[in-house]
Structures are given as structure tokens and as C-alpha cells.
Write a protein that binds this ligand. Structure first.
Ligand code: PLP
Length: 398
């Protein structure tokens, strides 16, 4: 990889993302972009209307550093309603510029240079950079895919790999469930194992739960903080972006014991201080929506998943059906001579008029080979967009 001349050593290698290349290809070829994971329909009117009404009021000015009391109260009520966890809105809830800032601020606040951060890979793309900015060291635990096209197959990990990843330098375990990019929902038994390791080694736990509501087929999202002994050492990170189809608003949060939240608040204070004034009351309104809204978005997205997964399989692309999130993975080894997902993605716009992203980029440096044969497609798109994408892929295979 070429060196960027001005970039600090700790960020070398993070500059080039394949997302930009694939989005540019989508535009250049007039392709349907199923690469990036953002919805193409507006969020609920009850949420959008509150934001519109807030613009032009004092909500345009700096909100309080930890977030508006109204939003912190709404976050605490929401976590209690859906997860059974009680947090004090004044001391145990922090509003952040998306889950991304909560995660980065957590790394900056909690990780000393040289400390190790244990996580399951593939990883969401901001994690490795956040750990690097804090001077931390990644200790990835591999997740293995099920065979594509098997019903009910889920990604798994070897408990021995998890134990081996925890050395005396380990400080923190960063857990994403429901998991992007695999769509895995960690089971209670797996979380019991994570809890055992975290407690044995005295680690902190940060859980990224931005897809908490986008879970399918009756799978159950279990927040790790509800397991015995974990609440007092866990920071629960969430976001309104995925839940309310407002990924550009960047309203996220972190909940946890007061000393952990205070530490993260100190870092956050000097990253952005505050953000999203008019969107804070809007997300507060969203979090108070009735249960039917949250079950409705899961049902709706599950239907879209089924359309895309069936379409990909009908087009001869072996697909792993996800338990949650916006994404499905395809194993290209049967359809791409050298099994190279990047080559497949570079050719797909020309061949089919559809864009996906090669999943190898979600593995950490040096491990890209583990995901080389996988390609990620997003299904958080309108029916007509998905139908057209499926039609194009089917024509390609004909
Ligand atoms: C989208 C996403 C985020 C980022 O959330 P924001 O609120 O937009 O910052 C964090 N983690 C995962 C796993 C995501 O998919």
C-alpha cells in the first residue's frame, strides 16, 4: 500500500476506501448502488416533522454538552422499554454525533497507547481507525461464514480463538451485535462466553447496537449489558440513524455506569462538543413511538431481505441470508474464476448494472484473504429498486 505523504503514521493505510471507488463506478455506469448501506426512503413523519418545526428556534443553537435533557430522558426510557436496562438520564446517558463518535470517543477515553482491543472480524469500517487513533492494538477474533445457500446457517467463532485473543495487555472488548457486515445476531450462549472472558480478564465492554431493531425471523437481540456482572463495565452504544432512516442526522448515544460515561464525555467534549440541535428533539420523538413502529420496520426490512436473497440465489449467486441489518453476503467462488470479490465487484457494473462492495475490506490489515471471496449487497432500498436490481442480475446469469 502506498504511503500518504502528510498522513501521520497511525493513520497510514486508512485513506483509500473501496466504497468511494464503487460509488463512483455506480454513477459512471448508471448502475443501481447496493454498495453503501443507507435507506432510500424518508423516515417516519412523526420524526421528520419535529425536526422541521425545530429549525428556526433556539434548537439551532448549542444544545447542552451531554445532549438535551429531553433526548437523554427519551434514550433512557427507550433502553428500559426494549432492553430492561435502567440508566439515569443525567449521569448515565450521553448524546453523541452518531454511534461513530460514541465509539471513537470511547476508544480515545478508555484505551491507553499499546492497550489491546478485542473484536470479532469482519469489523465495521470505523473500528480499526478509532482504535488506531487511540494508539490501541487490534486483537481480532475470526467469525466464520456458514456455507452459502444453507437455510438457517449462521456465522460462528471458535471459543479458543476468543480466549487466545485476550492477552494481559487487553483493555476492552468491542462487540457489534446485530453485526455489520455479516448480519449475525450473537446468541445468548455466545454472549455468555463473551461475558465469561470479559469478567475473567477484567475487561471493559463496548457494545455497538445500532441495528437493535432490525432483526429478522424471530431472532432475539440480547444486549450484553443485561448479562450478570456486565452492566457495571459496559458502554451501550446506539443510534437513531438506522432505526429512523436518518443516517445523515448523526444522532447517537452511549449509556453506561456514570464513571464510564463521564470518561467518554470528556473525549467527546473536544471532538464535536455538541451536534444536531434540531434533530435531538426529533429523535426523542422517534424513540417514544409505539412498539408497532419498531416491529414494523423489522418486518418491512425482512421482506426486502427475502426479495434480494431470493433474487441473488435465482441469479446463481450463492448467498448467506442474514439474521439482521441491511446486508446480505454473496460467496463469489463459484462464479468468479479466481474467487476474487474485488474483481467481481469491479466487473459487476459493466456486466449487470449493479454495484456491491467487496467484503475483504471489512477484515483487518493482513487478514483480507479471509473475506476475499465475499461480496456485500444492501437491501435497505425501495421495492422498485430491488426488483430492478434482481431483474438485472437475473439477466446477467441467463
Ligand atoms: C452505520 C453504523 C454505525 C454508524 O452509526 P452512525 O450513528 O451513523 O454514526 C456504527 N456501527 C455500525 C455497525 C453501523 O453499521
Amino acid at each position: 500500500m502506498s504511503r500518504e505523504p502528510y498522513l501521520a503514521d497511525r493513520l497510514q493505510g486508512f485513506g483509500t476506501t473501496v466504497f468511494a471507488e464503487m460509488s463512483a463506478l455506480a454513477v459512471a455506469t448508471g448502475s443501481i448502488n447496493l454498495g453503501q448501506g443507507f435507506p432510500d426512503t424518508p423516515g417516519p413523519a412523526e420524526v421528520l416533522d419535529v425536526a422541521r418545526a425545530a429549525i428556526g428556534t433556539m434548537a439551532d443553537q448549542y444544545p447542552p454538552g451531554p445532549g438535551t435533557p429531553e433526548l437523554r430522558t427519551a434514550i433512557a426510557a427507550h433502553v428500559r422499554r426494549f432492553r430492561g436496562l435502567a440508566f439515569d438520564p443525567d449521569t448515565e446517558v450521553l448524546v453523541t454525533a452518531g454511534a461513530t463518535e460514541a465509539l471513537t470517543a470511547a476508544m480515545l477515553a478508555l484505551v491507553e497507547p499499546g492497550d489491546e482491543v478485542v473484536l470479532f472480524e469482519p469489523v465495521y469500517d470505523s473500528y480499526a481507525a478509532a482504535v488506531a487513533m487511540a494508539g490501541g492494538v487490534l486483537r481480532p477474533v475470526p467469525l466464520s461464514p456458514p456455507p452459502a445457500d444453507t437455510e438457517g446457517g449462521v456465522w460462528t467463532f471458535d471459543p479458543a480463538d476468543l480466549r487466545a485473543a485476550v492477552t494481559p495487555r487487553a483493555r476492552l472488548l468491542l462487540l457489534n451485535t446485530p453485526h455489520n457486515p455479516t448480519g449475525k445476531v450473537f446468541s445468548r450462549a455466545e454472549l455468555d462466553l463473551v461475558a465469561e472472558v470479559v469478567l475473567e480478564a477484567g475487561l471493559l465492554l463496548v457494545t455497538d447496537e445500532v441495528y437493535e431493531h432490525l432483526v429478522f425471523d424471530g431472532a432475539e437481540h440480547v444486549p450484553a449489558a443485561t448479562l450478570p456482572g456486565l452492566r457495571e463495565r459496559t458502554l451501550v452504544v446506539g443510534s437513531g440513524g438506522k432505526t429512523f432512516s436518518t443516517t445523515g442526522w448523526k444522532v447517537g448515544w452511549a449509556c453506561g455506569p456514570a464513571p464510564l460515561v463521564a470518561a467518554v464525555r470528556t473525549a467527546k467534549q473536544f471532538l464535536t462538543y455538541v451536534n444536531a440541535g434540531p434533530f435531538q428533539p426529533a429523535v426523542a420523538a422517534g424513540l417514544a413511538l409505539p412498539d408497532a413502529y419498531f416491529t414494523g420496520i423489522a418486518r418491512d426490512l425482512q421482506r426486502r431481505r427475502d426479495v434480494l436473497v431470493a433474487g441473488l440465489r435465482a441469479a446463481g449467486l450463492p448467498t448467506i441470508s442474514p439474521q439482521a441489518t441491511y446486508f446480505a453476503m454473496v460467496d463469489v467462488r463459484g462464479v468468479q474464476p479466481d474467487g476474487d470479490g474485488l474483481a467481481f465487484c469491479r466487473a459487476l457494473p459493466e456486466r449487470a448494472g449493479v454495484v456491491a462492495v467487496p467484503a475483504g475490506v471489512f477484515w483487518t490489515a493482513g487478514h483480507a484473504d479471509l473475506g476475499r471471496h465475499l461480496v456485500r449487497f444492501a437491501f435497505c432500498k425501495r421495492d422498485e429498486v430491488l426488483d430492478e436490481a434482481v431483474a438485472r442480475l437475473t439477466r446477467m446469469s441467463a
